[in-house]
Design a protein around this ligand. Sequence first.
Ligand code: ME8
Length: 493
Amino acid sequence: MNKKIYITTAIPYVNANPHLGHALEFIQTDCAARYNRLKGNEVFFLTGADENSLKNALAAEKEGRLVEEFVEEKRAIFKDFLKLLNIDNTDFISTREPRHFEGVKKFWQAAEKDIYQSDYQGIYCVGCEDFLKEEELIDGLCPIHKTTPQLVSEKNYFFRLSNFQKQLEEIYKNDVIKIIPENRKQEIESFIAGGLKDFSISRSKQRAHNWGIEVPNDDEQVIYVWFDALCNYITALGYGNNSPLYRAWWADSSTEVWHFIGKDISKFHCIYWPAMLLSADVRLPSKIIIHGFITVNSQKISKSLGNSVDIKNIIDKFGIDVLRYYLLREFSLAQDGDFSEKNLQERYEKELANGLGNLLNRVVALIERQGGKIKIEKNLLENVINEIWKKYDEAFLEFRFNQGAEAFLQLVGETDALVNQTQVWAIDDVEQKNGILSSLWISLANLADLISPYMPEISGKMKQSLGIKNNDKEFLGKEFEVKRIPPLFPKLN
Ligand code: ME8
């Protein structure tokens, strides 16, 4: 039976421009969304921008700009970035939108029984938008941002996270929310086992630089940016006015809800967010899929550390599908990975240009020599293709994008082997020759589907070259006219 799946990415801060880490997350999420659409599932794919944070306000002030104007400009840059990466999202939410403000206020009120006021003193890192513990500091600095945290002392509203200790333990023990991969689940379970403490969910307006969503009925305080931002997943659908979209895609328990996030924000998504939802009596997500970090020279990518990769350059040189392919093929969900253009180029030449591209070229040329039309009569590779789809589908169950790519590369290899072993070009028997060419054609038609979540444009070009129209899935007995096209992966200058 086909499923309905609501898929989300984290919403990036817009204090700086998008980087390769954001690209990895957008592309992985898009790949999962496209795969599920390919399988006939109905997908709603949300992404957006996290705009009410203090670090956005500080970045704007540093440039002497109005915050509202600054975030608008950055939001547009993130939207362009999504287009550049060919991300097929259904909607985009900015946390400055009225639907978000309305929804966050409603959510706060729904969780009010677990909210109380208290004095607080602690050290706060604006880069993390989080309170840190003294023992986490290295030489008095935040270990990630290498900056001195602020000492904060004020009256805040708190969320009674401690109330949810037992429920969260049960949720993860029974995989009510499934955390993928397993190593991240263990981290969350041990964090919970360490004891959950209430956390502050508001800031004085002064400390927030007068930027953010006001606490309902208290015009002195704004809502903590994580409490606000996490709500985007439901406010985008219209939680605020209980809209039909919200009822269909979130409240309906037959819909699956999947959050894609990076490892640095798992505490917020796997602990704070479910507790907040339980408190407000809103259903929980089904899966939280957590990826590792891309590093450049083993350092976290960030504008402030000055080690960002020029994505535009890479795309100009190789094309967007190649960057997508590389990120999905190279990085496994559970581990961090170091980005290397040399490695990308090697995979481009070996796996794409000499592998997939060459195979298409070869088979189309063989069919052209027979007049360009092929009546599909046989599939000698049927078992192989079935086995490849099985491996591919299994990989997607756990979001092992790299294994999905291995599966289709294996099919490229097996199809190439059929050309070589049969020496099809030298066969005179018309029926035998057509049987082999049919099989080669079918394999390529399957490859066009298999690669489509990874390289949607290349997939379209392959289909065009194979003469496939209208997303045909049944090939036997039908005739197709192939067409030579410029190389899918041209030689690099
Ligand atoms: O955390 N490699 O925003 P963000 C891989 N606004 N992924 C990376 C990465 C890297 N080097 N750097 C960042 C936020 N990411 C919040 C999210 S959601 C309600 C609010 C990932 O711009 C990071 O893990 O810092 C996160 O999933 C996403 O990019 C946005 O990060």
